[in-house]
Design a binder for this molecule. Sequence first.
Ligand code: TTP
Ligand code: MG
Ligand code: MG
Length: 465
Amino acid sequence: MRTAPTILHLDMDAFFASAEQASKPSLRGKAVIVGGLGPRGVVATASYEARVFGVHSAMPMAQARRLAPNAACLVPRFAFYRSISEQVMGLLRSLSPLVEPLSLDEAFVDLEAGGAAGDADSARLVGEGLRADILAVTGLTGSVGLAACKMLAKIASEQAKPDGLVLIEPGTERSLLEPMPVRTLPGVGPATGDHLRRAGIHTVGEIAEAGEGELVRLLGKAHGQALHAMALAHDERPVVAEREAKSVSVEDTYDVDIHDRLRVGLEVRRLADRCVRRLRASGLSGRTIVLKVRRYDFSTLTRSETLRGPTDDPAVVREAAARLLESVDTTGGVRLLGVGVTGLADYTQEDLFAQAAGARAESLAEEPAEEPDEEQAAPAERRWPSGHDVRHAEHGHGWVQGSGVGRVTVRFETPLSEPGRVRTFRVDDPDLEPADPLPLVRRRQNGAEGAEGAACAVGGVDPAL
Ligand code: TTP
Ligand code: MG
Ligand code: MG
């Protein structure tokens, strides 16, 4: 392990919710929940103001609304978040060629490889500079962790949240890790966590104490050894420019096509178990289970299912794979079967919103909530998802605050304006149309090349200029 804290981990604060607050002045400082608004919708994230009510990612939206009844609930806008993410990743790449993105809002950077920093002081300066640049370019805050290895850099950024920087001085790692829950370590998913708990191991210190032999007996060789090393703060994983393993999968090709449905089921089960063994050996858990089937005529299909949370539990993967198999016609024979798990960065961002993709707009405080069926019963009505941008011929740029009973409520404001006023229109008002998001920060008057010029990538032209 290196001796200087030159591995940086960045994670944006309440990313989707902060992007929405930056875009909508009236929501700044307020409880904002982003997620699927349909009946089975799930929270993607909540602003820190909403978190004080207990709202968090992956919680059913209905529960979140009960906890924070006055929160603004918005449908996610992935293209918008992606454009901000690209700006952030661009800033990271200006620090080092070794940038390893883990999700839209999170990445490791090897500062040493980029020659950006070689000791604790220079690393701290780079980290603070980065945070300032991110704020200037995107209008959002991110938290930075600095340490001598990836695991601790990530723990540090978690401690720095929100809007902070934490540097872990080399030498202090073990005492810092000791009291932390086992789930802090990478590779301890829900199933492994349970397993360890049943063996009376709750903290990282207790893993270290149990010894490598005990860990190997409990979790198998690869996983046990890896975890024991992590508990001692031994983490030699390099920062890799592109994530090498976005998924873990196993497959088998059969010499003779399998026709028997029962046998196909058994093979899938066997593959699921093998896949989980690999997953655990790499210290990972994932949310999306994928089944691959190549049929007698070489037609190949994949089916996937996304779970509520990441898993490394063989029973869960087996059952999901079996459910997926039910939807595949295997008469005629099967040449190849595969089972994989993806979404390894703790969660998959987009699948969560499969149900939100065509989500109905739902009302906010100003308007009474409605039954889903009522709105679907009016197919002629255009859809106005809550939180999406619109433009009105007379009133200009705004966003959908809510809709229902043939009406849509729009708040007219832009990222650079004061909080704006609300007006209600008929959903088929010809003067109202969907619009692209506006830049979150003011563009420099002359500099198309400058960092701030990148804000234009968010789309549209700042009307204030
Ligand atoms: P996170 O970085 O885990 O969370 P966050 O940025 O909202 O908040 P924090 O300050 O604690 O980092 O995730 C980044 C984005 O990914 C988040 O804004 C929304 C999305 N996401 C999901 O869609 N589903 C999830 O279960 C999680 C955890 C995140
Ligand atoms: Mg984040
Ligand atoms: Mg993140």
